[in-house]
Write a protein that binds this ligand. Structure first.
Ligand code: ATP
Length: 513
């Protein structure tokens, strides 16, 4: 039987495509790996996720300032930040198929390794003395292993009808990154692969014109620290926040929009006095965790992961990730939604050294100069959107009563209200059109749906997460009331037609965390 968690991701992917949330990028040309497009509903949902983040991180805190830096920055930025020399993943390649994997993401494997010291052709005198190993995870895979080895000598070494030479075998246990999980074939030694995407500025395609697409938005904030501080006259502690695209040439983009090569980040750099950093780190950790809960993710699907000291990035004093229980097959199923790091004074200090412009702060009260410490909650817009979708996906009822729904928080739902005339006569469509226009006028994103049975129309709205449906029926024509149906409870309430817009707007406002 299929794993129900995996079934969920398959169902959601199909709903996302069918209803216009998320599609593969450049689909008509066969798609582009690691890139995704957001359709009409997906674009709204992601925009709502970003607005909810902005409201919580920027608007609600008087001392956090918004920012929007460019994607392409001076190449020195990446030298100073350490990305040019150190932003690498260990890449391994299958010697037979050329498939590439991130070594640290491969699962541990056990079994019997068959090692050959070469092969010779059975039709001519060609031979190869290169050794080659294949992993057989169980007895039944012995023939498969031999077939893979023969294929290697035939395809990669040009040996026609090869006979394998010198078979040796030995057992391995929990070995990581030696064999291709798909065909058992030997992988290359790991080499470091820089994840930054390169391009050229201007007409000359030489090293002097080489620039990088930013792999994180944070550096655009650090280099503008002085500009923002001066313009806002901000006093420590204060923050600078921005959302925007980042690019990483991920070796193995996978799991729908979880790991992509172009993605959106929502980052805050919060500057504080050294010595107060640990307290601020705790505050931001708790506040950011609460944000996911407030916008509807179930507590049991969220957890903190504390990075062990020996695995921290070179600049970080401590780092905690907020993780979500993603229904992906690969272990671990917990996946990072957001990293919250104490970056110390590393960034301002190194940009100061590389640029020659000291990026420090003068405390007018204590008359001290110091380089602020930075707490960085760094979230992914696409990963958050995916987690909200997955957590909202639900199936209820049986048989004819069965319905699929997205229990999205009303603030995140792409469509807030649907206006549905019960029948296409007695003036109901005209009343519906008018009400629909009033919602749009009030900036409440609405849909009008005139066709199909009322049950089918409710089902369409449930499936895209619309929190409320308003039915225009006989009572509307006779006594000026409409029926408001709640997506989650299916409860219905009568409301005066001329108060409907106000009623929904108030509900929306009240739902805001
Ligand atoms: P991972 O370990 O999953 O590669 P990371 O630790 O490199 O992530 P950060 O550098 O901390 O990620 O980036 C902050 C956030 O940006 C992540 O928590 C995630 O939400 C998002 N993010 C990073 N890389 C990707 C990606 N390839 N695709 C989608 N989102 C990403």
């Amino acid at each position: 039987m299929a794993d129900p968690r995996q079934e969920k991701i398959a169902l959601l992917t199909s709903l996302a495509k069918r209803r216009g949330f998320i599609y593969q990028s450049s689909e008509i040309y066969g798609g582009l790996r690691g890139c995704w497009d957001y359709g009409p509903l997906g674009a709204l949902l992601k925009m709502n996720v970003k607005s909810a983040w902005w409201r919580s991180v920027v608007t609600k805190h008087g001392n956090v300032y918004g920012h929007d830096s460019s994607i392409i920055m001076h190449p020195k930025v990446w030298e100073a930040s350490g990305h040019l020399s150190g932003f690498c993943d260990p890449l391994v390649e299958c010697l037979l198929s050329g498939s590439r994997f991130r070594q640290d993401q491969l699962e541990a494997e056990s079994g019997t390794v068959f090692e050959y010291c070469g092969a010779k052709s059975t039709v001519n005198d060609k031979r190869s003395d290169d050794s080659y190993k294949v992993l057989a995870k169980n007895k039944g895979e012995y023939d498969k292993a031999k077939k893979t080895a023969r294929e290697f000598y035939s395809v990669k070494r040009g040996i026609e009808k090869p006979e394998l030479l010198g078979e040796k075998s030995y057992e391995i246990k929990d070995s990581v990154g030696e064999f291709n999980p798909e065909n058992g074939g030997q992988l290359s030694e790991a080499r470091n692969f820089n994840l930054m995407l390169k391009t050229f500025l201007g007409p000359a395609e030489d090293s002097a014109a080489t620039v990088y697409l930013r792999p994180e938005t944070a550096q655009g904030i650090f280099v503008n620290f002085d500009n923002v501080r001066q313009a806002t006259r901000a006093k420590i502690p204060f923050g600078i926040a921005q959302t925007g695209k980042s690019f990483r040439n991920e070796i193995t983009p996978k799991n729908f929009t979880f790991r992509t090569r172009e993605f959106e980040q929502m980052e805050l750099e919060f500057f504080c006095k050294p010595g107060t950093d640990e307290e601020w780190h705790e505050k931001w950790k708790n506040e950011r965790m609460q944000w996911y809960i407030d916008y509807g993710i179930k507590k049991e699907n969220l957890r903190f992961y504390e990075h062990p000291k020996e695995k921290l990035a070179h600049y970080a004093k401590s780092c905690s990730d907020i993780e979500y229980l993603f229904p992906f097959k690969a272990q671990p199923e917990w996946g990072e939604l957001e990293g919250i790091a104490n970056r110390t004074d590393f960034d301002l200090k190194t940009h100061g050294e590389f640029s020659g412009k000291i990026l420090s702060y003068f405390d007018e009260e204590t008359k001290e100069h110091y380089i602020p410490y930075v707490i960085e909650p760094s979230a992914g817009g696409d990963r958050a959107t995916l987690a909200f979708l997955l957590d909202a996906y639900a199936e209820e009822g049986e048989g004819d009563e069965k319905r699929v729904l997205l229990k999205l928080h009303p603030c995140l739902a792409p469509v807030k209200v649907a206006v549905l005339p019960l029948v296409k006569k007695e003036g109901m469509p005209e009343i519906a059109e008018k009400l629909y226009a009033e919602f749009l006028d009030e900036d409440v994103n609405a849909q009008i749906d005139i066709n199909a049975s009322i049950g089918k129309r409710y089902a369409r709205q449930d499936e895209i997460g619309t929190p409320w449906c308003i039915t225009i029926d006989g009572d509307t024509v006779e006594s000026g009331t409409v029926t408001v149906r709640d997506r989650d409870t299916k409860e219905q309430e009568k409301v005066a037609l001329n108060e409907a817009v106000d009623y929904i707007s108030k509900k929306l406002r009240k739902s805001r965390p």
